[in-house]
Design a protein around this ligand. Structure first.
Ligand code: PMV
Length: 325
């Protein structure tokens, strides 16, 4: 048996269908080429030792029988701890392990560092301990971990970390279909504001409780957008996709998750010639995405910067979880 293994999993960007996907609807997500590296090493001391210095966790030790039980579990270690807990429960007889993580991206961008780390930990453990895990099984263990830690989530980010590329995804992995391979001409602008996904999900749930028919009708319209976007991605119809981004953005405004900072960057990108633009993810801050032709790309980037945004250079459609040398 090998003593150690290193894997990496990509971050993600939601392209279409956020929020609606929590309620049984489809979305489109793409994996980005910024990755989370997870190294797992077997150690003599039984239990789990974590070093996740990007999120302020160093030399954090937990006994296997205490996994997920500590009252003061460090936030940055939670996903790792629960991922190991779920793995150990499924495949007992796990030796002592030391897990080190290193991220290409900051956890504040909303690129899915928690989902990438969860997938990375379970994948690495399965390879190191010789347990065969299908992608579906890796998804279900990872999804259980995310629900254990944060209670809500569609699992779209885990699918991106596992399958990579650009995916059509339905809640809880009911359908996961790979769309066209490769990059999409998308500029990503960060507002500088960290959004709390679970709060925004709760906010939309509250609105739905008060206005069920209006919100469910909006979800149905978003589902239409996602279906049309799926076709336009397959045909590389960028004018069509840009238009669909603008329509989707209108529905996100309806759901109340847009902010002035996101709007400023979205309008700046459109004025600079983008085919279309929208917020990406839960809203309330984090990132917006703009689709632009090659000749307009630089103008769109400049406009985002001029309006207070930070352009994050990433490529879409990145490879899913893989072993690193
Ligand atoms: O904020 P992000 O990028 O993690 O995206 C959240 C997307 C939601 O649909 C609001 C939540 C989910 O789990 O699907």
């Amino acid at each position: 048996m090998n003593e150690s293994i290193k894997v990496s999993a990509p971050g993600k960007l939601m392209l279409f269908g956020e929020h609606a996907v929590i309620y049984g609807n489809p979305c489109i997500v793409t994996a980005v080429d910024q990755r989370m590296e997870v190294e797992v090493r077997i150690q003599s001391k039984k239990g789990l030792l974590i070093d996740a210095r990007d999120v302020g966790v160093a030399d954090y030790f937990v006994n296997f029988n205490r996994l997920g039980k500590g009252k003061r579990t460090l936030k940055g270690a939670k996903f790792i701890e629960y991922a190991v807990k779920n793995f150990v429960k499924e495949y007992d007889n796990c030796p002592g392990i030391h897990i080190k993580t290193k991220s290409d991206f900051s956890s504040k961008f909303g690129f899915g560092s928690s989902s990438a780390v969860t997938v990375g930990v379970i994948k690495a453990l399965s390879l190191l301990l010789g347990k065969k895990l299908s992608k579906k099984k890796l998804f279900s263990l990872s999804y259980k971990t995310v629900l254990d830690v944060q209670g809500v989530g569609s699992g779209f980010d885990l699918a991106a970390a596992i399958w990579g590329g650009t995916l059509y995804f339905v809640t809880g992995g009911k359908q996961i279909t790979s769309l066209k391979k490769g990059n999409l001409p998308i500029v990503v602008g960060y507002t500088g504001i960290k959004a709390e996904t679970s709060l925004l999900v709760k906010q939309v749930a509250g609105l739905r409780k008060r206005r069920k028919r209006l919100v469910d009708s909006t979800f149905n319209l978003i589902t239409e957008v996602v279906r049309e976007a799926r076709k336009d991605i397959s045909n590389s119809n960028y004018t069509g996709l840009g238009e669909l981004m603008n329509i989707n953005q209108g529905y996100l405004e309806t759901l109340g998750v847009n902010t002035i900072e996101l709007s400023n960057l979205i309008f700046a990108a459109k004025s600079a010639g983008a085919y279309g633009a929208k917020l990406s993810g839960a809203g309330g801050g984090d990132c917006m995405v703009a689709l632009a032709s090659g000749s307009k790309m630089d103008d769109v980037k400049k406009a985002i910067k001029k309006n207070g945004g930070k352009v994050i250079d990433v490529k879409m459609g990145a490879e899913g979880v893989r072993v690193e040398k």
